[in-house]
Design a protein around this ligand. Structure first.
Ligand code: MV4
Length: 446
């Protein structure tokens, strides 16, 4: 049973979850730091409770503060959103121990996928191809050199506890192994308190393609196609689309079924994302994310589902509301992330939003917690909103995005809107001709 949901997050995703709770008739509680007294998610929730000072570590990341907030408000479920505690296995376990439902996978699966070596071994055993490399942890530089000699240079040395681009070093030849290994181990120890490392062949020009999966926790799972998230800057995605310009229906069915079968085999519960690098027509698994992702709305657009409704249903012990055969992709969808950053420096620029107007019309969705007069606090992520468009095909979707960005008004602060207006004039973007290095290459010419 889920009778009251506490939302352990802020910003646009907290508002997104408030909306889902209200639509389902489930009371919801917002939590907030003292810097977020005036936040939209606080205004829109049924109840709100302050959980600490502005710093995330003492508020949105504080497990005791959130558990206390559940006890005070009698919330019996927590939705973690993305970031913050969403992939913290201890948090999921502590909630379990307090008989509070974590709206997400079991702590066991968060733990498993948090260990990138165990994740690869598990997925490989379930029929998913991984990037060639070490089969497990690599004990020292000489073992790394031996593996690199076998698979060929360049190689990456990655932290088992890393992910999302943290704790990665490249070795382009045997002479670079000692240094790369030592720095990777030292940095991993500082960042994660764990210096376990593994080795992978470095793929030179892949796309980043991820498969949305959803499990019922009882051995059934479905996939909801892919998202192409290749346009990134410093491991921050800026533009995501589905379907990927380079994936056809047969390929989607093939990789999607494999992923759904793999997560079904471990009785995975709730939303998950299986991340791949895609090069020369082949998928190579790299990581699995055990949370709802920022870019989930493009999947919702083309599949006509509400992933947050579905997360809540499954967490409450109900069956999924769809089976694979009912899920069919319709049209094309693109999301762009609007950050409170100057362009092209990408310097953060929090401040007061003097005017905000979101674009509209059919197939246009704006997920944002901004309002005119809102003061963006400097303590958090710079994401202030997402514009998501949906149309019949890619060309029509790009045209709709162009119009939506023309209508969007975010005055008083700098934002990354201009970046997208420029990208929409680039032939490579219009043709879908890009990989994970395209954006940084283009920006280096700005
Ligand atoms: C790689 C790779 C090339 N080869 N692994 C960076 C983030 C993390 N999730 C994995 N990352 C990469 N792993 C192998 N074997 C290139 C990257 C990478 C990257 C991946 C996805 C999107 C953008 C990227 C930018 C730089 C490097």
């Amino acid at each position: 049973m889920v009778s009251k949901i506490l939302i352990a997050n802020r910003g646009e995703i907290a508002l997104r979850i408030v909306r889902a709770c209200k639509e389902l008739g489930i009371p919801c509680v917002a939590v907030h730091s003292t810097a977020d007294d005036n936040a939209m998610h606080v205004r829109m929730a049924d109840e709100a409770i302050c959980i600490g000072p502005p710093q995330s570590a003492t508020s949105y990341l504080s497990i005791p503060a959130i558990i206390s907030a559940c006890n005070v408000t009698k919330a019996d479920a927590v939705h973690p959103g993305y970031g913050f505690l969403s992939e913290n296995a201890d948090f999921a376990q502590v909630l379990e121990d307090h008989d509070i439902t974590f709206i997400g996978p079991r702590s066991e699966h968060i733990n498993l996928m948090g260990d990138k070596i165990a994740a690869k071994q598990t997925m490989a055993s379930l029929g998913i191809d991984c990037v060639p490399g070490s089969d497990g942890p690599v004990a020292d530089a000489s073992q790394a050199a031996k593996i690199a000699g076998d698979i060929g240079y360049p190689v990456l040395i990655k932290a088992a506890a890393g992910g999302g681009g943290r704790g990665i070093k490249i070795a382009r030849s045997a002479g670079e192994i000692d240094q790369a290994f030592a720095t990777a181990a030292a940095e991993a120890m500082v960042a994660f308190g764990d210096d376990a490392l593994y080795v992978e062949k470095y793929l030179q020009r892949p796309r980043h393609i991820e498969i949305q999966v959803f499990g019922d926790g009882a051995g059934k799972a479905v996939h909801l196609g892919e998202r192409d998230c290749s346009l990134q800057r410093r491991h921050q995605k800026v533009f995501e689309e589905t379907p990927s310009p380079c994936i056809n229906d047969d390929t989607r069915h093939e990789i999607g079924s494999r992923c759904a079968n793999a997560v079904a085999a471990i009785s995975y519960s709730g939303a998950g994302t299986v991340e791949f690098l895609y090069e020369d027509g082949k998928f190579y698994f790299i990581e699995m994310n055990t949370r709802l992702q920022v870019e989930h709305p493009i999947t919702e657009s083309v599949y006509g589902v509400d992933l947050v409704h579905e997360q809540i249903r499954v967490a409450a012990g109900q069956p999924m509301s769809f089976v694979q055969e009912e899920l069919c992709i319709r049209g094309h969808s693109i999301e762009v992330r609007i950050n409170a950053e100057s362009f092209p420096s990408f310097a953060a620029c929090p401040g007061t939003v003097s005017a905000f107007h979101s674009p509209g019309g059919p197939g246009v969705r704006t997920d944002s917690a901004l309002y005119s007069g809102y003061r963006i606090p400097p303590h958090y992520d710079s994401l202030i909103g997402k514009v998501i468009v949906h149309a019949s095909d890619r060309r029509a979707t790009l045209a709709k995005l162009n119009q939506a960005l023309d209508e969007l008004i975010v005055d008083g602060i700098d934002s990354t809107v201009e970046l997208f207006q420029l990208l929409l004039n680039e032939p490579d973007i219009l043709e879908g001709n890009y990989n994970i290095h395209w954006l940084e290459g283009w920006l280096s010419g700005k």
